[in-house]
Design a binder for this molecule. Sequence first.
Ligand code: HEM
Length: 500
Amino acid sequence: WKNRRLRALAKQLAPRSIALPFVGHAYRFLGDDEDRMEMFKRIGREALEKSGLLSHWQGNRLFILVADPEAAEILLKSCLDKDDVTKFFRVLLGNGSIFAPVSIWRPRRKLLAPTFSQKNLNSFVEVFSRQSRIMVDQLRSAAGKGTFSVWKYLTAYTMDSVCETTLGIKMNVQQKPEQPFLKAFENCCRLDAKRICQPWLYNDKIYKFFCPANFELHSHSKEIIWSFMDKIIASKREYLRKEKLESNSSQKCKQDLKTFLELLIESPGGYGSVELREETLVIVLAGTDTSAVGTAFTTVMLAKYPDVQEKVYNELQEVFGDSDRPETPEDLPRLKYLEAVIKETLRLYPPVPFIVRQVKKDVTVRLTLVEGCGLFISIWSIHRNPRYWGDDAELFRPERFLDTPLSHPAAFMPFSHGPRSCLGYQYAMMSMKAALSALLRRYRVLPVEENNKMSEAETGSREAKNKSSEAKNRSSELRVKFDVMMKDVNDFEIQLDLRI
Ligand code: HEM
């Protein structure tokens, strides 16, 4: 009976392509990382044509792809469970809050939330600012030397910032990039992203049999990550124990800046070692690549649109003048245009292009979504839905975030929406602003060489161009791929020129 209801729902929202026995529509995800993202986009566009909902069989599981913010808002409030396809991430993260069942997630979120208070976040700005200065210094060797990928600099910056603020350890990845822990993280993400799209490999025994090397690499990478985290947590516990003893005996002043890890260890009720590892891993995993991707896409967009970059630079001049002083918590809210540029980039290139949930109880959004089906909430498609963003939805126009309020609260949701949305939203915005501020105060960002020539020609004749051709120029897409996060196929290549 349940299957019959699922099949009836699938039929009502059927896509143009046919579902094959055993694999459903998953054959459409064959190919490389770029092909997979292309397919997500294509399905998303089809959902937009069909009033925002589309069915998709992933093997024998029915998923509904959601491209409409009104439906997404209801679903993200009422369907808090993550779908079973996220079980691969749970191998690494255990019951870490991001993919945990609701009964485990709820109390952990409560405990974690106060650690993102404005007071704590403000105290992290000093770290963001110091770490972004290191990044800017490291970039000196690439400036004026042609095209290069900015990715490794940004990901090292976010890793160092997240580890210093959340764990209280100075990883120095920016100075020493060869860390086995980082490679292991990368391996797990890449392997999980691929497996999630291949339902014929969901079963562990089949995966182990047909892909023994991948299975082995995943297990080995997990061991490296776990033992690294366990060592950090043990040394932090020891540090806190000693600090407590010392402060008892000498009334020594305790440090002001509390890391997430310290706050978790000292929280009333306390976390056990496994829970501590799970939650710190969640924050490192959720906080590192996401912010690096957001910052990297913004950098590429600034290279592509020099007039936008000039406006950002003028704003930075207003706030900092010619001074080289570090960013403070008071500076960041003043960078309003930079914030609009970051938001517009996150709209067009959301680092997490879709969210996966499961319907545990029938829920009605125009029609009834049946218990047992999965949900792909497509952030990518919601952000390009012309009903909410207008006819210029595909265009890069940061001013839209200054001109007009959102047409729907869930129309913009790079950090998701509802009770289970991103806890690090403000943290991420502050970290990205600090990094981009430091970068743009020191350098002018330029597109890669071939495009650069084209762009100079375009810039020269720009004045003469009418608005519609500018609009056309602004809609030209970056090539993207799916690798748990959504990333640039060209590895975020740019050029830099020293400003001062
Ligand atoms: C541009 C940067 C970021 C983006 C786009 C992003 C996006 C997201 C998304 C889409 C989710 C899933 C929400 C859902 O399933 O509905 C999430 C969850 C989460 N994020 Fe972020 N995130 C970013 C940065 C960060 C940072 C910097 C941190 C922490 C330092 C963080 C911590 C978390 C946590 C703890 C969760 C789990 C929340 C829960 O399940 O209660 N995120 N994020």
